[in-house]
Design a protein around this ligand. Structure first.
Ligand code: HEM
Length: 460
């Protein structure tokens, strides 16, 4: 794509500002949207660690781990989410919950939300994860459904949604589960194909469906919060009780109610689609690498025997962890992080004028041959202690880095490993031959055509 464009192949000085290399001509957003991963990969190959692009506005793309660290951690106060494309896309649904807030509000929300996500607290969710998985496996292997290929990606989204909903609300949402799932589907679809400019009939219908789904979710969350307040939170161990307890004293004010709603919806949405995609890609990769699957099974058999895995087993299942980590490397569900510079800054040898949009792509960093030998290859052993030594921390950021790293990362890792271990012990999943598998970078990195798989109960 760069061949057609006039370029600044090396740094240039524009009005006293040291601008990184990049195409001089504006880049068409629609072209990028057709294949953002190809664009980002091309940009790194052509322009190196920092590049500059005019995409409606000046955008920097950063591909060096130390500079990613500067944006996300060392100088993070200068890089905010407000006004980024992600912020504009997510705020209509999430309001100002933890994922979309900034500054003092973010700091308070993070302090309140942090304790329930500590590793030792998260371990207490293990039974909930495995029992939800076993229920799903029962349905998959029931005679009526067993011979039909499954839409695996959808099934896993349903599973992770049920898990996070149970972790938040402490109950199954029995009775409303289906409508709840449908509403979340509409929201995911809308955000997945978000286009603020689309003014077609389909676009208007999608916006109307989005508004209805938001209304439904708001009503539901409002009811559940109210019910929990009436019941009392004492002695309850779910996330909702913990979030309610963490609210400031004026917890019943309209503003506080709104914030609680935003927090709960944020956890629901941030807490399921990402993990579902991590699991989907893990299963896709294992299907293509049967020898890796056999090693995983051998580890699970040796450690678990006939038992269902528990959190306490995970330290003894390092290969299982490496398989999930490697899937998150090749297909990080959050493939792009964006921030806006508040004040002028420097990134390496370049100036960052205030207001510049700065992007860091986990997808590109995770495939950088300077830090990853044979980066396209699925090789879980690269996460062994030996082979990880010396790798820059910010070369691997599936959960981002710095103080705004994913609050749910221990939850997500626990969940992904336990779901995978529980499934491998009970069933064999085989992808339907000939069905194309191709990544599509929307809100999350997902398989463009979905994933179809058949299920066989595992014997012996
Ligand atoms: C494999 C699964 C997951 C991945 C790959 C993932 C990835 C990420 C990433 C990259 C960020 C930073 C986004 C940014 O800076 O723009 C983030 C933030 C966040 N994630 Fe996750 N996440 C996962 C699972 C979860 C789960 C299970 C939860 C909750 C139950 C969760 C809740 C959040 C929240 C609330 C934030 C905002 C944190 C803050 O800004 O302080 N995530 N996640």
């Amino acid at each position: 794509m760069g061949d057609r464009l006039r370029e600044l192949p090396s740094a240039a000085i524009e009005e006293g500002v040291r601008v990184p290399p990049g195409p001089v001509e504006p880049v068409d957003l629609l072209t990028i949207r057709q294949d953002p991963l190809a664009f980002l990969t091309h940009v790194r190959a052509r322009y190196g660690d920092v590049s500059s692009h005019v995409i409606d506005e000046r955008v920097y793309v950063v591909n060096r781990p130390e500079l990613a660290r500067r944006v996300l951690a060392a100088n993070r106060r200068n890089y905010v989410k407000a006004g980024t494309p992600d912020d504009l896309m997510l705020t209509p649904l999430l309001g100002k919950g933890l994922l979309t807030s900034d500054g003092e509000l973010w700091k308070r929300q993070r302090r309140v939300s942090q304790p329930p996500f500590a590793p030792e607290r998260v371990e207490g969710f293990d039974e909930l994860v495995t029992s939800s998985t076993l229920e799903l496996l029962e349905r998959w292997t029931a005679p009526a459904t067993a011979s039909e290929p499954l839409r695996l990606d959808h099934q896993l989204s349903g599973l992770t949604l049920a898990i996070v909903a149970r972790a938040i609300f402490g109950s199954d949402l029995t009775g409303i589960n289906e409508r709840f799932g449908e509403a979340v589907d509409v929201l995911n679809r809308f955000m997945g194909h978000y286009d603020p400019l689309e003014d077609s009939a389909a676009g208007r219908e999608a916006r109307a469906a989005f508004s209805r789904a938001v209304g439904f979710l708001n009503g539901l969350v409002g009811l559940l919060v109210q019910a929990r307040r009436l019941e009392g939170t004492e002695g309850r161990d779910d996330l909702l009780s913990r979030l309610i307890e963490g609210m400031p004293a004026q917890g019943a004010s309209a503003e506080a109610q709104r914030e609680l709603r935003d927090q709960v919806v944020t956890m629901l949405m941030a807490g399921h689609e990402t993990t579902a995609k991590a699991l989907t890609w893990t299963i896709v990769l294992l299907d293509g690498h049967p020898a890796v699957g056999e090693r995983l099974d051998a580890e699970l058999d040796a450690v678990l025997g006939e038992r269902v895995a528990r959190a306490a087993d995970l330290p003894d299942l390092p290969f299982c962890r490496h398989v999930v980590q490697e899937a998150l490397r090749l297909f990080p569900p959050v493939w792009l992080l964006s921030r806006r510079a508040v004040n002028d800054d420097e990134l390496g040898e370049f100036d960052v004028p205030a207001g510049t949009l700065v992007c860091v792509s986990p997808y590109v960093l995770h495939r950088d041959e300077r830090f990853w030998e044979d980066p396209e290859c699925f090789d879980p052993d690269r996460f062994s202690d030996d082979r990880s030594a010396g790798r820059p921390e910010y070369a691997y950021i599936p959960f981002s880095g710095g103080p705004r790293h994913c609050i749910g990362r221990h939850f997500a890792m626990l969940e992904a490993q336990l779901v995978l271990a529980t499934m491998r012990r009970r069933v064999r999943l085989t992808l339907v031959q000939g069905h194309p598998i191709e990544p599509e970078a929307l809100v999350t990195l997902r398989p463009r055509h979905g994933v179809l798989a058949t299920v066989d109960a595992r014997h012996g």
